[in-house]
Design a protein around this ligand. Structure first.
Ligand SMILES: *[C@@H]1O[C@H](CO)[C@@H](O)[C@H](O)[C@H]1NC(C)=O
Ligand SMILES: *[C@@H]1O[C@H](CO)[C@@H](O)[C@H](O)[C@H]1NC(C)=O
Length: 331
């Protein structure tokens, strides 16, 4: 009996150590890569201690991230720091020369300028800055080039902003994972003047446990083909607003990706590394995030309402005809 108790004790101590370390460790940027996609964590200080802020999958060949994932909860509602716009390369030695130089603007070619009536692509954040203003280091670390890629200015500043803002607020009092990625096809307007790849689209996947205890995954796809800022308010711009803010099932996002297995790996990475020190209440399991491929009519309706409210209250940086938007919604 005594021996058995002793063995149980050793086993429990071993498990505590195993899971304790799984929650506390970081993943160095050099430690894992597959198909030239480097997976690693970026940490940051916070009012509740040092946390793993982002789980990054960085594509060393394309020199832009494939995805970055964060855990969102009440911490992300705290605002203690301003955005500094300190775009800079991540210092990890193996990828330091496999990133865009995002401290300078992503200048456009003449053809891109005439298609958009702009002079540069936006340096779009995969994981946005705003939900990470709980500490100066956290917001600053969203400006590493491994979290930045060329984005259509109209989409970034308007419907994609709505998608980000509403998904941020959705987690004011609950926990969930928010994964943001870029499509692995290049857009027809790729590359930028400096030769940086422009992805054909951006996507976001949000995984959480609903009040009934069911894991839900909601996705969004932001077409990244340039829109003309000077174009008709009721034309392509209205279509882009509606398309970008339409809630989708995970399978639709998997279908626009060639390397969709990385999405499955990122759910596991998020579960393994992002929960440390977060005071989490009810995060979904990675297994449930992976297996939830479709969106029910009820969940789609809920998120449609949330997004439509955002679409109507947004301050557009380029004229959009909201009557045309409502007509596309069928009301
Ligand atoms: C945070 O990450 C940096 C860079 O990878 C590392 O040097 C540092 O030890 C980490 N800090 C903590 C408190 O984990
Ligand atoms: C993306 O937007 C462009 C310009 O509006 C459009 O021509 C193209 O069909 C769209 N792509 C998809 C996949 O919807």
């Amino acid at each position: 009996m005594a021996l058995r108790r002793e063995l149980n004790f050793v086993l429990v101590a071993f498990l505590v150590q195993l899971f304790g370390s799984a929650l506390t460790q970081e993943l160095a940027c050099s430690s894992t890569h597959s198909g030239n996609v480097y997976s690693f964590t970026v940490n940051a200080s916070s009012p509740i201690g040092n946390i793993n802020l982002m789980y990054v999958q960085h594509d060393g060949v394309r020199q832009i991230p494939l995805s970055t994932t964060v855990l969102h909860n009440a911490l992300n509602m705290q605002v203690h720091a301003e955005r500094q716009d300190d775009f800079r390369k991540h210092t990890c030695a193996v990828i330091v020369n496999q990133q865009t130089a995002c401290s300078t603007t992503y200048k456009m070619t003449p053809a891109q300028e005439s298609a958009s009536s702009r002079t540069a692509f936006d340096r779009g954040h995969l994981t946005p800055a705003n939900p990470n203003r709980f500490s100066a280091q956290a917001v600053s670390n969203t400006f590493f080039c491994v979290n930045i890629a060329p984005q259509d200015p109209f989409t970034n500043q308007n419907p994609w902003f709505t998608v980000e803002d509403k998904s941020h607020r959705y987690f004011a009092s609950k926990d969930g994972y928010v994964m943001t990625g870029v499509c692995d096809a290049n857009d027809r307007f790729s590359p930028t003047l400096d030769g940086y790849k422009v992805p054909s689209c951006w996507w976001k996947l949000i995984c959480y446990v609903d009040t009934a205890g069911t894991t839900q995954v909601v996705g969004f796809i932001g077409n990244n083909t340039l829109i003309d800022f000077a174009g008709s308010p009721s034309g392509e711009k209205a279509v882009r607003v509606v398309d970008t803010t339409t809630p989708r099932g995970q399978q639709e996002i998997l279908d626009v990706m060639t390397r969709d297995t990385f999405i499955m790996d990122a759910w596991t990475g998020a579960e393994t590394y992002l929960r440390r020190n977060r005071g989490i209440v009810n995060t979904p399991t990675a297994a449930n995030c992976r297996s939830k491929r479709t969106i029910s009519a009820a969940v789609k309706n809920e998120w449609s309402s949330v997004m439509r409210e955002g679409v109507l209250e947004h301050k557009y940086t380029s004229d959009v005809d909201l009557e045309a938007v409502k007509a596309l919604w069928g009301n």
